[in-house]
Design a protein around this ligand. Structure first.
Ligand code: WT7
Length: 656
């Protein structure tokens, strides 16, 4: 099995209509209903969103203007006052949902915990008071570097409650990566845990925080709050480090949600791009609350009886929007799982579904491909009959994996929503509406109502049906990123200038290539920039190159993705050594370790290829296209006339 190729996708013509039993009971029941909504939203997006904002959310004060669009800057629900923590918690307390499970947590090894809406509200209020006690005020940025435990969600909601933007850093990132992110946002506080469980081992999170902060290398950080999770010995620096449970002792659980401006910053989340350091993607409050709320409701077809499980980590946008904010805003039961499939328990995901009667399951294609390898006897040995809807996100899903998911997990009964979106978009943009839109394996199908997506050429002109082009969005939407934190210029350059504005209309450029077929279905082909995706983790090739070059032995490096059966892509690094060094196995290991220390295990090169030259154009630009072919073991095809020194290719081939 491989990632989808253009050929395989163009041949894909199977159509899976929504099952009648599903549609009958769904929030949106038919194609006609979807189409009517879509057309209404298209005709007047602002009216469409305003109506939903009024219906679906609580506002402390109504907005004065729906949208203020000064391209490329949008402000939604101008001067409206809102609090997403209020919408996720308080408003459910006056309904029967007060004692409904808000968060079901399945931890390792064998721990579990369920928090009702009333309990979660209490914890969030108390912790918000702890934050205030440490001097955290509206506008102060708080770093969160945590395992998948309820305290991660509690911390996020507590920050949101008092208007302190959070910046969650995935627990798999290294101390270096954490330090860069804390410094970029000038975080005042870091919330972490002594450790986290990862595949039967402990990830020493607090130790990484110590490393990130040592020698005053992140000077803005005044305090560190530590959840006791794994209970191994850690060092606590007096005055700076505090145990969560100590500070929470006796603290009041009365903390009214702060009425925030709709455009107050809710969070920063870092993501990789083609150039430079990761970008701090900025999301604000009102529009993000609305968009994640409505998309969760319609795409996952939420009902009050659902047990909804998204397997992402809260360190990624999927965890923000579809574990925490979207489901809780809807009053749903959201499940959070600390574990991961591993050799000691390869069927653990299916155990969780059986144990809690999960009805909606949202995961990534790379996980599905790993499940296929582990064998269908694992899911077949569990009762998965509670499932009614499946989802995927993160990369294109190859039709073979889609069909396996449909047959083995969904028993040919559950619709699959293949959801295309990005950290930058805040919420799902292109997706089936499960009761309304027939699916085609490998296609994310159609845009969500209110999203005007298109496939265009570099001049912004739509390309004919089924021809490749760039995926763009034409009209601002409520949860769009507002800027790159501290670098608005980069925001303009990256997303708004690749494709020239057409008749003064700005197009948001997603960085993906796509086709739109004759039925209006979108087929996302993958990144067109130097971003690769390893097990659904987005990595900039340049970041990994910078990490390699920061090692004393490396003179120059070029990184490309190589197709991988399970992970989608694997990192392959071509490395030129400094004169004093010779290629050998120790150095190979040392360089891999160095990348892990600089970025995190997710960026570890699968292969390092030592070379004494790289294929470059006469102007000195590395020809990655050629390196990609070499890494994949393919014949070099296409134009090589701009190559400066043709013998380089032969040498590289011999070297393999
Ligand atoms: C990139 C965004 C959005 C949450 C997870 C990743 C790729 C995402 C799909 C999909 C094809 C997809 C795109 C996109 N992508 N979902 N359903 N089909 N490609 O968020 O790290 O911001 O990455 O993931 O290339 O640009 P992210």
């Amino acid at each position: 099995m491989t990632s989808p190729t253009i050929e395989s996708i163009l041949q894909e013509n199977r159509l899976f209509p929504p099952p009648a039993e599903f549609s009958e009971q769904a929030q949106l029941k038919s194609l006609e209903e979807y189409q009517a909504l879509y057309e209404r939203a298209k005709a007047n997006p602002e009216a469409f969103w305003a109506e939903l904002a009024e219906q679906e959310l609580h506002w402390f004060q109504p907005w004065e203007q729906i949208l203020d669009w000064q391209p490329p800057h949008a402000r939604w629900f101008v001067n409206g006052k809102i609090n997403i923590s209020y919408n996720c918690l308080d408003r459910h307390l006056t309904t029967w949902r007060r004692n409904k499970a808000a968060l079901i947590w399945e931890g390792e090894p064998g721990d579990s915990r369920t928090l009702t809406y009333a309990q979660l509200h209490r914890e969030v209020c108390q912790f918000a008071n702890v934050l205030k006690g440490l001097g955290i005020k509206k506008g102060d940025i708080v770093g969160i570097y945590m395992p998948m435990i309820p305290e991660a969600a509690i911390a996020m909601l507590a920050c949101a409650r008092i208007g302190a933007p959070h910046t969650v850093v995935f627990g798999g990132f290294s101390a270096e990566a954490l330090r860069d992110r804390l410094n970029d946002g000038k975080a005042k506080l870091v919330i972490t845990a002594d450790g986290g469980w990862r595949k039967d081992a402990i990830v020493p999170l607090k130790e990484q925080v110590d490393r990130a902060l040592n020698n005053n290398s992140a000077p803005s950080v005044e305090n560190v709050l530590v959840v006791q999770r794994t209970k191994q010995n850690i060092s606590m620096q007096p005055g700076r480090d505090h145990w969560w449970h100590d500070l929470q002792q006796g603290v009041s659980a009365n903390c009214p949600a702060e009425p925030l401006d709709s455009e107050d910053m809710l969070f920063i989340l870092y993501t990789s791009g083609s150039t430079g350091k990761p970008k701090g993607v900025v999301h604000t409050t009102g529009g993000y609350n609305l968009y994640t709320h409505v998309t969760t409701k319609w795409i996952f077809d939420l009902r009050d009886t659902d047990v909804y499980w998204c397997t992402a980590d809260v360190g990624w946008i999927t965890g923000h929007s579809y574990i925490v904010y979207g489901p809780l805003s809807n009053g749903a039961t959201t499940l959070m799982y600390e574990g991961a499939p591993r050799s000691s328990n390869p069927g653990c995901f299916w155990d969780v579904i059986e144990k809690y009667g999960v009805t909606i399951f949202y995961t990534a294609p790379t996980a599905i491909r790993a499940f296929i390898k582990m064998g269908e006897h694992l899911p077949n040995a569990r009762d998965l009959s509670s499932l009614r809807l499946l989802g995927t996100v993160g990369e294109p899903i190859n039709p073979e994996a889609w069909i396996w998911y449909h047959r083995i997990i969904g028993k040919e009964r559950c619709p699959i929503v293949d959801t295309w979106w990005q950290t930058e978009t805040g919420g799902i943009m292109i997706t089936p509406i499960p009761g309304a839109i027939a699916t085609k394996p490998g296609s994310a199908t159609r845009p969500f109502p209110g999203i005007l997506a298109d496939v265009v050429d570099l001049n912004g002109n739509p390309v004919p049906a089924s021809e490749g082009g760039y995926l763009v969005v034409r009209h601002p939407w409520p949860s769009m990123m507002r800027t790159v934190y501290g670098d608005d210029d980069r925001f303009r350059r990256t997303y708004w200038e690749h494709i020239a504005p057409v008749d003064g209309q700005y197009l948001y450029f997603a960085g993906d290539g796509a086709r739109c077929d004759a039925d209006g279905y979108f087929w996302v082909m993958g990144r067109v920039d130097d971003v690769i995706s390893v097990a659904g983790h987005r990595l900039g090739t340049m970041e990994i190159e910078s990490a390699l070059v920061s090692h004393p032995a490396v003179a120059e490096a070029a990184v490309v993705g190589k197709p991988d059966e399970v992970k989608g892509e694997e990192v392959v690094a071509f490395v030129i050594l400094e004169d004093a060094y010779l290629p050998n196995e120790d150095l190979d290991k040392a360089l891999k370790k160095h990348v892990v220390a600089e970025i995190g295990a997710l960026a570890r090169p699968g292969q390092i290829r030592f070379t004494d030259a790289l294929p470059k154009t006469r102007s000195g630009k590395i020809m990655r296209r050629l390196l990609r072919s070499l890494a994949a073991g393919e014949e070099i095809s296409g134009d090589t006339s701009t190559l400066e020194d043709r013998s380089v290719l032969d040498k590289l081939r011999e070297g393999a």
